[in-house]
Design a binder for this molecule. Structure first.
Ligand code: NDP
Ligand code: RET
Length: 317
């Protein structure tokens, strides 16, 4: 149970990756400023979190089951929080989806929206009315750089994060009237199970209904570039956890928060040309015309990011 002065933070998707790291970082806060309710849809996956939390487990960190895709599970979880009082809601749970559109079923696409978009909406609907009544609270949403800029072969995942950005941009205005903050976090690539799950899925993919030329662009052009980008620009889940802590501890939290300054030019390019042509053509050229050059640039970047460029992350240690 939270002691007085402690903020109650509820986090979704804490079985691995970013959610797990945020939960542990906040639970281990030196000032013991947080009572963390770490949630996951399958409590059988709790061992990694429990181990990482160490002696915080059962003190500043408790566990609850929560599946963001189920109305019943979401309600049951929030009802079991004392007085339904959540000061900070961190919507982290999410899934990826990668590959040529032709080979992805409508069912898979709906699952992505059900988790990444409606999962967040469901959580916010359950927690927001109490925050509005109390005239205080902070809702954080783990978006993505793909919530701001489309990336080829990530069409549906990108769409789910764009949907989230539009939803939050609209809601933030109303919430401000009730003194409730809303912040989006937009990481670029982060080394978590998200990356490994997507690569696993891709290796099993059979591309039904996709022509050979598209499969070739995906496998031989996109995938190698994407692996390069993960290696050169990838952050750790701990980096994102530190950004998140900084955002929730800010007296005036920003609405949008890119975690990797190396992505700033990509986002700036989008706003520099309202016709959208600049981004579309730049991405086309990067991928199809300058692939080998990009590989070289990424190798250089990879070498630099291990020391000097890493320090350029917006939220350094
Ligand atoms: N890794 C990256 O490159 C980036 C990730 N992000 C975003 O960060 C967030 C966290 O991802 P990350 O840590 O990288 O990936 P992980 O795959 O490591 O973690 C995702 C978490 O979400 C959980 N989850 C999935 N579906 C549900 C559900 N229906 N209900 C509750 N929990 C669920 C998973 O649980 P389970 O173990 O049960 O599957 C897991 O705990 C996601 O929203 C992702 O879109 C944003 C930018 C980049
Ligand atoms: C920037 C860039 C690329 C890939 C970007 C990737 C792979 C980003 C991954 C972001 C993730 C994983 C976000 C998760 O939410 C391309 C298309 C290869 C080539 C052009 C420039």
């Amino acid at each position: 149970m939270a002691s007085s002065g402690q903020k109650v933070v509820l986090i979704t998707g804490c079985s691995s990756g970013i959610g797990l790291r945020i939960a542990v970082l906040l639970a281990r806060d030196e000032k013991k400023g947080y009572h963390v309710i770490a949630t996951m849809r399958d409590l059988r996956k709790k061992d990694k979190l429990v181990e990482a939390a160490g002696n915080c487990y059962g003190k500043t960190l408790t566990l609850l089951p929560l599946d963001v895709c189920s109305d019943e599970s979401v309600k049951k979880c929030i009802d079991s929080v004392k007085d339904r009082h959540v000061d900070i809601l961190i919507n982290n749970a999410g899934i990826g989806l990668l590959g040529p559109l032709e080979s992805i079923s409508m069912e898979e696409m709906k699952r992505v929206f059900e988790t990444n978009f409606f999962g967040v909406v469901r959580m916010i609907k359950e927690v927001m009315p109490d925050m509005k009544k109390r005239r205080s609270g902070h809702i954080v949403v783990m978006s993505s750089v793909m919530g701001l800029q489309g990336v080829v072969f990530n069409d549906v995942y990108t769409a789910s994060k764009f949907a989230m950005e539009g939803f939050c941009e609209s809601l933030a205005v109303q919430l401000l009237k009730f003194n409730v903050n809303l912040s989006m976090i937009e990481p670029g690539p982060v080394h978590t199970e998200f990356e490994t799950k997507m690569m696993d899925d891709v290796s099993k993919m059979e591309y039904p209904g996709t022509d050979a030329e598209t499969v070739r662009y995906f496998k031989d052009v996109y995938l190698p570039s994407s692996i390069d980008i993960f290696e050169a620009m990838g952050q750790t889940p701990q980096d994102i956890a530190r950004c998140t802590k900084k955002i929730i501890e800010s007296s005036q939290p920003r609405f949008r928060n890119l975690t990797n300054s190396l992505y700033t030019p990509i986002v700036a390019m989008k706003y520099a040309d309202e016709t959208g042509g600049l981004s579309v053509h730049a991405f086309y050229n990067l991928l199809f015309n300058f692939g080998p050059l990009m590989h070289m640039a990424m190798s250089i970047l990879k070498c630099l990011t291990c020391s000097c460029l890493r320090r350029r992350t917006i939220f350094p240690d």
